[in-house]
Design a binder for this molecule. Structure first.
Ligand code: SF4
Length: 384
């Protein structure tokens, strides 16, 4: 098994001071009981530590969380190197995967629908299964499909396989897209519905010649199987997905340039992801937006310079220039289906993950845990 630690990870756990006020836990969107988890993991209680985390996504969080902003950033030792909490989490979940098992009866006899097979929906599904509910997950694109787009160098496929292996028998999967008109029917058929469909609508470049650009999902899924040796890939966007595309391009042999409309400090990508891209040779150009994309043999991208005030006002100037490249990747983010979410919330459906604005796996998981806790309490009250 590939591991993070060349030394015993238990030694890392042993460095924890077990603070009375654990800033690590206070900085974790999930509120993980980190001192207790480290104490258990450091003393041979890894499986108990994993179960205390309370969901199957600990290893995934270990890989993709912005740890400098969350647990590790909050740790009182962060200025002295900190404790590698994320790495401990990766290690213990890889060795002792979370075991999903019936643990209560609050939802016995209840039917629960989950719309969306991402981290948030599946966390909710697991917690309701543990309360003895009958759970159905509606997902047309395969489980964890968004996480599966993240390249292997950032999130190994085995980590996702380990999560999927723990979900066998937990729910019935219906490979169907739930539309707005389906919401009333779902609400009538189930005792509760949780909507966590994620950000399903990618932003385009919104320029003439857009059809010549490659959507990020297509680029990420196809490029890992081909060589781009000698090509020039231009990535439009400043988030983690843009960094993934650029790094993947470089690793596939291309020269990669990221174009971002604001300044470096305004990029939504995690600091560590930006640094990793830079270290791998990705070039960055700030304060530019694409205005035209033409194909004439190669691609010719026309860029306009911008003036930005932080993440506020953005002014596109008349100053334009052209760049030639072989691939232009549209990686400017995505949004949720706001009409679907609004109707769901009006109908009393629980919502979470990207549809609530959360941008990280930890926040998505936290939403799933919160909704499951609220529903469990509601069911428990009705039983009394
Ligand atoms: S803040 Fe750091 S030292 Fe304190 S309990 Fe959390 S991990 Fe341990």
């Amino acid at each position: 098994m590939q591991t993070d630690f060349s030394v015993d990870y238990r030694a890392e756990c042993g460095r924890c001071l077990h603070c009375a006020k654990p800033h690590c836990a206070l900085s974790c969107p999930i509120g993980n009981a980190i001192p207790q988890i480290l104490r258990l993991a450091g003393n041979g209680g890894e499986q108990t530590a994993v179960q205390l985390v309370g969901h199957p996504f600990g290893e995934i969080c270990g890989y993709v969380c912005p740890r400098d902003r969350f647990c590790q950033g909050g740790c009182v030792l962060s200025k002295r190197g900190g404790i590698a909490i994320g790495s401990v989490e990766k290690e213990i979940f890889a060795r002792y995967p979370y075991k999903v098992a019936r643990a209560g009866n609050a939802a016995e006899g209840r039917r629960v629908a989950v719309v969306g097979g991402g981290a948030s929906g599946l966390t909710f599904a697991v917690k309701m299964y543990e309360q003895n509910a009958s759970v159905t997950v509606y997902e047309p694109n395969g489980l964890l499909s968004t996480l599966k787009l993240i390249p292997d160098f950032r999130l190994p496929a085995q980590a996702l396989s380990r999560v999927e292996a723990q979900l066998k028998g937990v729910f019935q999967l219906v490979e169907k897209r739930v539309l707005r008109e389906d919401i009333p029917l779902l609400c009538s058929q189930y005792d509760a519905v949780y909507l966590a469909t994620g950000a399903t609508r990618p932003y385009g470049l919104d320029i003439d010649g857009e059809e010549n650009a490659t959507p990020y999902a297509v680029f990420l899924s196809k490029t890992r199987h081909c060589s781009l040796l000698g090509k020039h890939v231009t990535v439009v966007g400043g988030g983690n997905t843009a960094m993934d595309c650029a790094r993947l391009a470089v690793r596939s042999g291309a020269k990669a340039t990221v174009l971002y409309r604001r300044q470096r400090a305004d990029m939504p990508a995690f600091v560590g992801e930006i640094s990793a891209a830079e270290e791998e040779g990705v070039q960055f150009v700030f304060n530019v937006v694409p205005v035209l994309l033409q194909r004439d043999g190669r691609l010719k991208l026309t860029l306009a310079k911008t003036y930005s005030e932080g993440r506020g006002k953005l002014t596109v100037t008349d100053s334009v220039y052209h760049v030639d490249c072989d691939v232009v990747v549209a990686a400017a983010g995505a949004s949720a289906d706001k009409d679907l979410v609004a109707l769901a919330e009006k109908s009393g459906v629980y919502t979470g993950g990207d549809v609530k604005g959360g941008k990280t796996v930890a926040e998505a998981v936290a939403d799933g845990l919160r909704a499951a806790k609220a529903l469990t309490e509601k069911f428990a009250k009705k039983v009394k």
